[in-house]
Design a protein around this ligand. Structure first.
Ligand SMILES: C[S@@+](CC[C@H](N)C(=O)[O-])C[C@H]1O[C@@H](n2cnc3c(N)ncnc32)[C@H](O)[C@@H]1O
Length: 187
């Protein structure tokens, strides 16, 4: 990660602590786990809360073309940095709560760097409902968390009938984290 990206991240953390909600950008070990199931032949990918682009880079390193990746980020300064760093990436400056309105069909996954657990229940509901409108059947919502509980509120998990798997703990991250993969039971 370039030192200018780190400086930008830290500056935005000080200015917008309730949006950034992380001590540092995700480590390469956490990024690797977040994207481990991404298949460049399996369709577009949507990313939420891209920040300075660490997870974005990891998705592209899996072989996904920039044109097939749609990164949602609400912070305009992070969006500028993403556009400079990845010129053909689809950068959407908007709230992740509007992911359902994105003109992307049959995404293989939504990969989220959002501070989901610190968000209000209604916003979580919008993000997860929108996600499962945009992913193909069997598609997943991938989310890291630092705490011991699933990063999606129980009420939303139950409303959407979500199932999940959880990774081992990734110690080389600040703080250590786990990655959850949520899928929706077919109705
Ligand atoms: C913890 S940082 C993660 C940054 C990067 N993905 C990483 O893992 O290093 C959270 C990011 O989510 C963005 N964010 C927070 N709330 C958001 C929302 N409602 N819609 C879109 N982006 C949001 C913040 O601006 C920030 O870039």
């Amino acid at each position: 990660m370039a030192s200018s990206d780190f400086s930008l991240f830290m500056g935005q953390l000080l200015r917008r602590p309730h949006q950034v909600v992380a001590l540092a950008p995700s480590s390469r070990f956490l990024c690797a786990e977040m994207v481990a199931r991404i298949d460049p032949a399996a369709g577009p990918v949507i990313e939420l809360g891209a920040g300075t682009g660490n997870i974005t880079q990891a998705i592209l390193d899996r072989g996904v073309a920039q044109e097939d990746l749609h990164s949602i980020e609400m912070n305009p300064e992070f969006c500028d940095r993403l556009r400079a760093r990845f010129p053909r990436l689809n950068v959407h400056q908007m709230s992740a709560g509007e992911v359902g309105s994105l003109a992307v069909n049959d995404a293989q996954a939504v990969v989220s760097g959002l501070p989901l657990l610190s968000m209000p229940l209604g916003l979580q509901r919008d993000i997860l409902t929108g996600t499962f409108q945009r992913v193909r059947p069997g598609g997943s919502y991938v989310q890291f968390t630092y705490g011991p509980k699933p990063p999606v509120a129980r009420a939303v998990r139950e409303e959407l009938d979500l199932q999940w798997t959880v990774s081992h703990k990734i110690w080389w991250n600040m703080p250590p984290a786990r990655v959850y993969r949520f899928t929706r039971t077919a109705h």
